[in-house]
Ligand binder design. Structure first.
Ligand code: ADP
Length: 404
């Protein structure tokens, strides 16, 4: 199974060699990252297998999307040629899975790509202008390169497709809701994966479980998962909503945008403000990267401390807001870059939730032991740290489509 995660500034691809669904998460046998960051005409390629590593710089004068077919070809060449080769020909791949950010309400499960699916991904680009065009470009390039290999789209919105109407509905005139302005939610592949992983670790049946899953990476979102179904989530019509993030503001007073529009801000400037200049970066004026914020706090930088405090406060409010839809909570789950690697964030978030019966075991919280329970023995609410496995979740979804 080849898994593609095509973003607006990077492309991650990995290959899994599978006979059937294994009991534990297998490592990919080949993994490549193409990153074109700020300069879309130049990309860094890094490839890793279990025993080889390879790096190079690729250039295309017309930039990322136009250059994408050439870049993907160069990237896939490392799969069949040279030191990092792990298959003889691309025909050894039996299916290609793609992460697709927006599938609207139409796609509630992974689906094999055909003309109608591609048209829908293009249609939903209006709602996810940074992500869906990149996802579609990845699908079309792979179609040209390997027309004989079936492709599967796995949607980040799918896990939220059954949100209750009350959670989905914004308090706006309902003709706008009917036109598609509703809460969709994102990061669904990760929220679903960790919520399924939690039940066996807690030794509780998934049907009885009330979870709050906290996906804290550059983008951050929380989901309330009851009996395996997502019943509420913090992201909304777009991934800019909800809790504070690395560069996105999360929920702010909509009146701020109107005020700035009247002050002469353009739509593009507001887009930059909301998506790229806010969050940890905006408040600290230093970085969107939590590691740099923590380092600045150590040096006594007040703006970094304020950014961190706002982040923790936003997470606590977000978590508390998900309790009514669940009717209580059995476990909190922390995942993604910050959730898995920043013990201080977990400790500070949980410290404010003692009233709810959340108590950490400070020693377990500081250890780095993979998937684990870090709550104290007497904590009424369990607290899990789980490694998200979005690529593997996509490969597993492909296996299911193949079996069906
Ligand atoms: P993305 O959403 O781009 O996939 P990640 O899930 O990789 O992002 O998360 C990136 C975030 O995780 C960054 O804010 C980074 O600072 C944070 N992070 C990664 N490792 C650590 C660490 N050891 N300590 C604190 N924060 C970390």
């Amino acid at each position: 199974m080849l898994v593609l995660n095509a973003g607006s500034s990077s492309l991650k691809v990995c290959l899994y060699q599978l006979e059937a669904e294994p009991d534990t998460v297998p490592p990919p046998c080949w993994h490549a990252l193409l990153d074109w960051g700020e300069d879309p005409t130049t990309a860094k390629l890094k490839v890793k297998t279990s025993h080889q590593q390879y790096q190079s710089i690729l250039t295309h004068p017309q930039g990322a999307i136009t250059g994408l077919p050439a870049w993907i070809k160069a990237l896939l060449a490392t799969l069949t040629e040279g030191q990092t080769a792990v298959v003889q020909t691309l025909d050894d791949i039996c299916m290609i899975g793609h992460r697709v950010v927006h599938g609207g309400l139409r796609y509630q499960a992974p689906v094999q790509v055909d003309a109608a699916v591609k048209a829908a991904i293009a249609e939903f680009s209006e709602y996810a202008p940074l992500h869906n065009p990149a996802n579609l470009a990845g699908i079309e390039v792979m179609e040209q390169l390997c027309p004989q290999i079936p492709q599967v789209a796995v949607f980040d919105t799918a896990f939220h497709a059954h949100l209750p109407r009350v959670a989905r509905t914004y308090p706006i005139p309902q003709e706008l809701s009917a036109a598609g302005i509703q809460r969709y939610g994102f990061h669904g592949i990760s929220h679903q994966y960790v919520s399924e992983r939690a039940a066996p670790l807690l030794e509780l049946p998934p049907t009885a479980l009330r979870l709050i899953t906290c996906h804290l990476g550059n983008g951050c979102s929380l989901a309330a998962v009851k009996g395996g179904q997502c019943v509420e989530t913090t992201m909304g019509f777009t991934p800019a909503a909800g809790v504070m993030m690395g560069t996105r503001c999360g929920d702010i007073d909509p009146g701020i945008l109107l005020y700035l529009l009247r002050r002469g801000y353009s739509v593009d400037q507001l887009d930059q403000l909301v998506n790229r200049q806010s969050g940890l970066l905006g408040v600290s004026g230093i970085s969107n990267d939590l590691r740099q914020i923590l380092a600045a706090i150590d040096q006594g930088v007040a703006a970094a401390q304020l950014a961190y405090d706002c982040f923790i406060y936003s997470l606590q409010r977000g978590i508390a807001s998900l309790i009514p839809p669940l009717g209580g909570v059995d476990a909190l789950v922390f995942t993604a870059g910050i959730g898995e690697n920043a013990p201080s964030v977990r400790a500070d978030v949980c410290h404010g939730l003692g009233w709810l019966g959340v108590h950490l075991n400070p020693v377990a919280n500081e250890q780095h032991h993979g998937d684990r329970d870090i709550a104290s023995a007497t904590s009424r609410v369990r607290v899990l740290v789980l490694q998200t496995q979005e690529d593997w979740a996509i490969a597993r979804a492909c296996l299911k489509v193949l079996a069906a």
